[in-house]
Design a protein around this ligand. Structure first.
Ligand code: MIC
Ligand code: SF4
Length: 644
């Protein structure tokens, strides 16, 4: 028999496949991760599914997004998360221990394993060759209960790397370059697999940076091979047993190939308000900056901190610019302390934050009105910093540190990779490992739920003719931050009725009142949108809260993967125009009727009447049997037997 050559993705999927149909594969999930902002809902859903303990090999609950604790709500969430983790057999990572993706990479990731996380940047662990996918909370809850995770049979895009990065460029520039080629839309259904001789020149944290921001491409995940470099990473983390070699076979096939010569990569920056709005730093040098933030799950490794240190050492940040540094984990902080980095950062005028998401989602460090802020994070959507009038630029650490000193966008220094400290940070031979803030389950804790924590709401089955109104019409690339703001609103994540007051807050502040009034009068709400609706986060609240307000369908030109799944999971139909020009035939406020939904679900073709304009519009919605079950049941929780 001739052996078939396989790429890495096929190798992992073939080992984990438990169910498949023409279009979908269902894979077994080995590991899950949750974070506090999506996590409370995950565990509430898991309680509704009613299992004794998780069925995965490993599940970890991180607290990293919301640690400000203004008011009792966050602290109550943390208490619930700690006690419920204990009940279900989940490891609990205490607030202050680190950002989930950085932490998971360091302490739990493993090549060849499948990882499902209730956060869109879960693919970070692709840096070690794990098939790491971001999903909505209920999909993660189901995986913890032993259910397969379903996705469309993926197409694999190879990114062939050759050459070596120049000393002024870094991993972040590689992914910004790729975003400039592929953009944030049109890549749904792909998995990016990195290969080629350039791979071995990149350390695991650099590979993780690239996989992390692959989320912004809209792909299902990104993955690197697991090789000698990966093996050294596991040795440094004292986790040798978790290393497995994983490389593509010779002659493995790919659906598409993109080539990148690393030696041609220039320092890049993403301009407001999209991560694919990329330009060279050289072309924007001199742009004034009021704030520079180094950190987030994209760029907060020890290597990133050492690069910042080498650039900032002995210098001072000018008075007109704030420099914020948030390391990725306690391991990074402890090692920085040991190496003397912290002292130097403080002397140069930096503000050191605890290792959490913080500034990345506007949870603190919001810039001044109309300010320019440069960040090493992955998203620069409008309003994400918490200041709607501010402009966010994204770059790597070299550019950020140099720009903090200049008070304006500046060309980065050339980092000497032979410098002893830089070498140590690359090979991680100096790591301080301390797992004392990981709490292992005992099964003995009493579950504690504060007054802000309520169960997921009941969905409404989709059936018959649905009469309603185009409650909101929006344009292209509406992000989940537009739909469900994070930042100061995060603390209402466990209280759906309260959080729902802020749906589309920055797009149309009256949306909530209109939608709620319609719902109470039995009038369905429809949302009309352009291309790439639901970009960004995995937050299922961007589906739960609209469902709570009576949104029954989103009608758009195209929709992003995780958000599509979240809508289906909460009983909202994601429908696309058969002819995109029909977008122009619906105005906000028009009366609409979606005819015979049952037939639409069977045929994949839906008929919408715009009663105001007397116009028939054909919509598409090709759903799998499983997805139809969710819509018929009023959501996944009901379909899989959870919830009353
Ligand atoms: C984000 O980066 O937008 C978040 C906040 O991490 C989200 C998850 C959330 O909304 O809680 C994500 O990326 O999925
Ligand atoms: Fe946290 Fe930002 Fe990463 Fe999301 S993108 S997990 S908010 S650091």
């Amino acid at each position: 028999m001739i052996a078939i050559s396989k790429n890495i993705v096929e190798k992992i999927i073939d080992k984990h496949i438990v169910d498949e149909s023409e279009h979908e594969v269902g894979i077994r999930i080995d590991q899950t991760l949750t974070q506090d902002a999506t996590g409370t809902m995950v565990y509430l859903e898991l309680e509704a599914i009613d299992i004794d303990s998780v069925k995965t090999e490993l599940s970890v609950s991180y607290v990293d997004h919301n640690t400000l604790q203004c008011g009792y709500e966050n602290a109550d969430d943390h208490l619930y998360l700690r006690t419920i983790a204990d009940r279900f057999g989940v490891i609990y990572s205490r607030p202050g221990n680190g950002i989930c993706h950085q932490m998971h990479l360091e302490r739990f990731s493993s090549p060849t394993k499948t990882l499902l996380g209730s956060d869109s940047h879960t693919p970070t662990c692709g840096g070690v060759g794990s098939l790491a996918i971001g999903a909505g909370g209920i999909d993660v809850a189901a995986a913890m209960a032993g259910e397969p995770f379903y996705m469309p049979r993926p197409r694999v895009m190879k990114v062939e790397l050759t050459g070596e990065l120049p000393p002024e460029s870094e991993a972040k520039d590689v992914i910004l370059h790729l975003l400039s080629i592929l953009s944030t839309k049109g890549n749904v259904g792909y998995i990016v697999e990195y290969g080629g001789p350039g791979v071995k020149t990149l350390s695991v944290p650099e590979r993780a940076t690239i996989c992390n921001m692959g989320a912004e491409l809209g792909v299902t995940t990104s993955i690197f091979p697991s090789d000698e470099v990966t093996e050294r990473f596991f040795e440094a983390q004292k986790r040798d047993k978790d290393y497995h070699k994983l490389v593509a076979d010779k002659g493995a096939r790919y659906d598409k190939t993109v080539a990148i010569d690393l030696s041609s990569i220039k320092p890049m920056v993403a301009r407001p308000h999209s991560p694919d709005n990329v330009a060279t730093v050289a072309s924007l040098a001199g742009t004034p900056l009021q704030q520079v933030c180094i950190g987030s799950c994209t760029n907060s490794s020890l290597y990133d901190m050492v690069v910042a240190y080498r650039t900032l050492k002995g210098k001072r940040v000018p008075p007109g610019t704030d420099l914020v540094i948030a390391p990725g984990s306690r391991q990074v902080v402890l090692t920085m302390e040991k190496l003397g980095l912290l002292e130097e950062f403080i002397e140069c005028g930096a503000r050191i934050m605890e290792p959490t998401c913080g500034f990345c989602i506007g949870n603190g460090q919001s810039p001044a009105t109309g300010a320019n802020t440069l960040r090493t994070s992955n998203r620069n959507f409008h309003g994400r910093s918490g200041t709607t009038s501010a402009d966010i630029y994204l770059s790597g650490v070299r550019v950020a540190a140099a720009s903090a000193l200049a008070g304006a966008l500046a060309m980065p220094p050339k980092i000497d990779e032979d410098d002893e400290l830089v070498r140590k940070a690359r090979d991680l031979s100096v790591l301080e490992i301390d797992d004392s803030m990981l709490v292992h389950p005992t099964g003995k804790a009493d579950v504690v739920k504060g007054p802000n924590i309520g169960p997921p709401p009941h969905g409404t089955p989709l059936d018959g003719d649905i009469k309603g109104v185009a409650t909101l019409k929006v344009g292209d690339k509406i992000t989940t931050d537009d739909i469900m703001p994070a930042g100061e609103r995060l603390k209402f994540r466990s209280n759906i009725a309260r959080y729902a007051e802020f749906v589309f807050e920055h797009v149309d502040p009256d949306f909530h009142d209109r939608a709620r009034a319609n719902r109470d009068d039995d009038i369905a709400n429809f949302i009309i949108a352009g291309v790439s609706y639901g970009q960004g986060s995995s937050r299922e609240h961007a589906a739960i809260c609209p469902a709570f307000l009576g949104v029954r369908a989103v009608i758009c030109k195209s929709i992003e993967r995780i958000h599509r799944a979240n809508l289906l999971n909460f009983g909202i139909a994601p429908l696309t125009f058969a002819d995109e020009r029909d977008y122009g035939y619906i105005d906000e406020g028009d009366e609409l009727e979606l005819k015979d939904v049952q037939r639409g679900m069977e045929t994949g073709e839906f008929t919408l009447y715009n009663l105001t304009k007397d116009k028939k519009i054909i919509l598409e919605g090709a759903f799998s049997e499983r997805e139809v079950d969710y819509l018929r049941a009023g959501g996944k929780l009901h379909a899989i037997g959870g919830g009353a």
